[in-house]
Design a protein around this ligand. Structure first.
Ligand code: NAD
Ligand code: NA
Length: 396
């Protein structure tokens, strides 16, 4: 079929298999171009099909020749209906990994569930024995609690008072004010239940109890901080509470891993266009200004540049892992540079529908958004008939 983007708000209902495959290949080539990393050998990535998780899997495999198991929740294709992007990404990754002689298998299902955890543990037991790195990179709007059966929905709301600020509709380029009502009811608890650290700790507890963590094993989950500008809706909002919980969980996990000399970290990453972040109000305007400045300064990074740097310059340097005063790894250092943030603060006050195309990188935002789904990728023929029924070779 010939596949075009079908955009509805913050998502695209179609994905292009060839474009997704090209994106994956570009990431693989980037990692290879940066040379080998003396990194992990057997890796589990939870949330492995898109965004930071996919880049973590690619960096493990093609930077350190690691065997990888990926867990994700993606929609398979049906005749005449495309799969979700993460499906095609994984198909491309596994084809490349297998061609390179690397072990790569995956499990598609709800990582929050008992069943998917058990299935993953069985696979590790049968194929890999013990793993030495667990990346936790889930971004989900909801979680069915595996013990209580309660469905928790995460929300992106300020806490305490109404928050009003500028935002941009990145499809139309229209800059407007939006007001977001503060969290009410169980919003905070629910968001913590979905995006906090409970599920990460459950994974590690179960892996450890089954003796599937190698001595010295490391686990890393991803967090975000961002500037004062977005604080009310992000770091001091409901999602920020979940990130506080995630960061606190790292210390609890680290404590539990002491007897095997294991380590648990949160890495604070840069703001990037992903399926998760485009749904957060205000953030798209911030990102379009950030991209413009970081590109002009020559310090812009995407997911793969971030994760390659995380592995090479933070996790696997052969020395102690560098962390901030709260024990967090920081690869958002370039985003948070004083000069970068000062420029954004100035541009923020100037941003209007009329000025944004010049002062912000709206075009870069849109391109990255389309790229998430395999569209607008250089070298891909979008007029060609492509097979939507792509299989994932290592799917268990
Ligand atoms: P993403 O949407 O690209 O990836 C989410 C992954 O989780 C996908 O592989 C998806 O299949 C998987 N997933 C979702 N629900 C699942 C479920 N129930 N079971 C199994 N898999 C499931 O998101 P991302 O932006 O890469 O986010 C990953 C982490 O990085 C999040 O913790 C996010 O907060 C954090 N982070 C994101 C940014 C950013 O700007 N995007 C910045 C810093 C940190
Ligand atoms: Na991810």
């Amino acid at each position: 079929m010939i596949i075009a983007p079908k955009i509805r708000g913050f998502i695209c209902l179609t994905a292009h298999p060839e474009g997704c495959a090209q994106n994956v290949l570009n990431q693989i080539n980037y990692v290879k171009s940066k040379g080998p990393i003396d990194g992990p050998k057997k890796v589990l990535v939870i949330g492995a099909s898109t965004g930071f998780g996919l880049s973590s899997r690619i960096t493990s495999a093609f930077g350190s020749n690691a065997s990888t198991i990926g867990v994700y929740f993606e929609k398979p294709p049906a005749p005449g209906k495309t799969a979700s992007a993460g499906w095609y990404n994984t198909a491309a990754f596994e084809a490349q990994a297998h061609e390179a002689g690397l072990y790569a298998k995956s499990i598609n299902g709800d990582a929050f569930s008992k069943e998917i955890k058990e299935k993953t543990l069985e696979l590790i037991k049968a194929d890999l024995g013990q793993i030495d790195l667990v990346i936790y990179s889930l971004a989900s709007p909801k979680r069915v609690h595996p013990v209580t059966g309660v469905v928790h929905n995460s929300v992106l709301k300020p806490i305490g008072e109404v928050y009003t600020n500028k935002t941009v509709d990145f499809h139309t380029g229209i800059v407007s004010d939006i007001s977001i009502q503060p969290a009410g009811g169980d919003d905070i608890e629910n968001t913590i239940a979905v995006m906090g650290g409970e599920d990460w700790a459950m994974w590690i507890d179960e892996l450890k109890a089954a003796n599937l963590l190698a001595p010295g094993a490391t686990t890393v989950a991803y967090s975000y901080i961002g500037p004062t500008l977005t604080e009310a809706v992000y770091r001091k909002g409901t999602i920020g509470r979940a990130k506080d919980h995630l960061e606190a969980t790292a210390f609890e996990i680290a404590e539990k891993l002491k007897d095997i000399n294991g380590k648990a970290y949160v890495s604070v990453n840069k703001a990037l266009v992903t399926q998760a972040s485009s749904a957060i109000p205000v953030i798209p305007l911030y990102i379009s200004l950030l991209y413009k400045i970081m590109k002009a300064e020559g310090i812009h990074e995407g997911c793969i540049e971030q994760i390659q740097r995380l592995f090479k310059d933070r996790l696997y340097t052969g020395a102690e892992v560098l962390t901030d005063d709260k024990g967090r790894i920081r690869v958002d250092d370039l985003e948070m540079r004083d000069d970068v943030q000062a420029q954004i603060a100035t541009l923020w006050s100037e941003a209007t529908t009329e000025s944004l195309p010049a002062i912000g990188d709206l075009a870069g935002y849109k391109k990255d958004f389309l790229n998430l789904f395999g569209f607008d990728v250089a070298g891909v023929d979008y007029d060609a008939d492509v097979n939507e029924m792509v299989e994932i070779s290592g799917l268990v």
